[in-house]
Write a protein that binds this ligand. Structure first.
Ligand SMILES: [Zn+2]
Length: 112
């Protein structure tokens, strides 16, 4: 068997070490442990799941979308490929627009 090289850190994986596969990449034990921590089974971090939930709640509750936006950006900074964080940011902006329309209607007295 050839010596495998970790696709994450470039270290050689020893003959007696068991290579791990993470997102179709061969990685060493140390990288596998680190990568596993940052990637949940759904491909998002706990932070991005929270951001998405808050972004949806933000449609109904003012300024929750702002918190969702911040959390979404933190999640995205930690993992640029986090699709869930990107979704959360999109929903947060949509919530912001909903809030604006709602507040504008309220101020203008359009609301019944
Ligand atoms: Zn490695």
């Amino acid at each position: 068997m050839d010596v495998e090289i970790c696709e994450n850190c470039g270290m050689k994986i020893g003959k007696l070490e068991m290579p791990h596969v993470c997102n179709n990449h061969v990685v060493c034990q140390e990288c596998y442990k680190r990568l596993k921590k940052s990637i949940s089974p759904h491909g998002g971090t706990g932070l991005s799941i929270l951001a998405k939930d808050m972004a949806i709640i933000g449609i109904f509750i003012p300024f929750v979308w702002l918190v969702a936006l911040i959390i979404g950006h933190i999640a995205l900074a930690k993992n640029a490929n986090d699709k869930r964080a990107k979704d959360a940011i999109c929903i947060a902006w949509a919530s912001f627009i909903f809030n604006l329309i709602f507040i504008a209607c309220f101020i203008l007295g359009i609301m019944p």
